[in-house]
Write a protein that binds this ligand. Structure first.
Ligand SMILES: Cc1cc2nc3c(=O)[nH]c(=O)nc-3n(C[C@H](O)[C@H](O)[C@H](O)COP(=O)(O)OP(=O)(O)OC[C@H]3O[C@@H](n4cnc5c(N)ncnc54)[C@H](O)[C@@H]3O)c2cc1C
Length: 107
């Protein structure tokens, strides 16, 4: 089982990654309840949630997570998606700040 609260964040997200993600245009939050972000409405907290404001920021966030070996997931409308009650030990990258953008190709 994953640790709760700030401990969850400290254990899974290196401070360097937190700092670099915080510099990207958009919003960053920690220990965020994920249930309201899914259509089913169940699940625990995400260690870190970012809402990039630009496509470049989204791409950079993915690159940074990969570089640090931190798990990440892209979250759109959260249809039929089930997060564990124990939380998501990584970075949730929500695309809600990019409505109207169409993203093609691979990162
Ligand atoms: C029948 C069915 C049952 C399922 N059951 C489960 C289950 O029990 N548990 C589980 O965990 N998962 C389940 N899944 C999988 C789950 O639905 C998907 O993993 C989930 O939709 C992912 O959520 P999302 O937010 O990433 O995507 P979505 O909720 O589909 O949202 C994607 C959003 O991104 C937008 N978008 C898509 N492509 C682009 C693009 N190129 N550029 C810009 N915007 C784009 C879409 O318009 C949409 O707004 C099921 C899927 C199906 C079809």
């Amino acid at each position: 089982m994953l640790p709760e609260g700030g401990e969850l964040l400290r254990r899974v997200i290196p401070s360097r990654l937190v700092s670099e993600l915080s510099d990207l245009p958009g919003e960053i939050r920690f220990d965020v309840s994920l249930a309201p972000r899914t259509t089913i409405g169940v699940g625990g907290k995400g260690a870190c949630l970012i809402v990039p404001r630009t496509v470049d920021a989204l791409v950079e966030a993915i690159r940074l997570c990969r570089q640090c070996g931190v798990r990440y997931i892209l979250l759109g409308a959260g249809s039929n998606l089930l997060f564990s009650d124990h939380g998501y030990p990584g970075v949730v990258i929500a695309t809600e700040g990019l409505s109207g953008s169409v993203i093609e190709g691979r990162v």
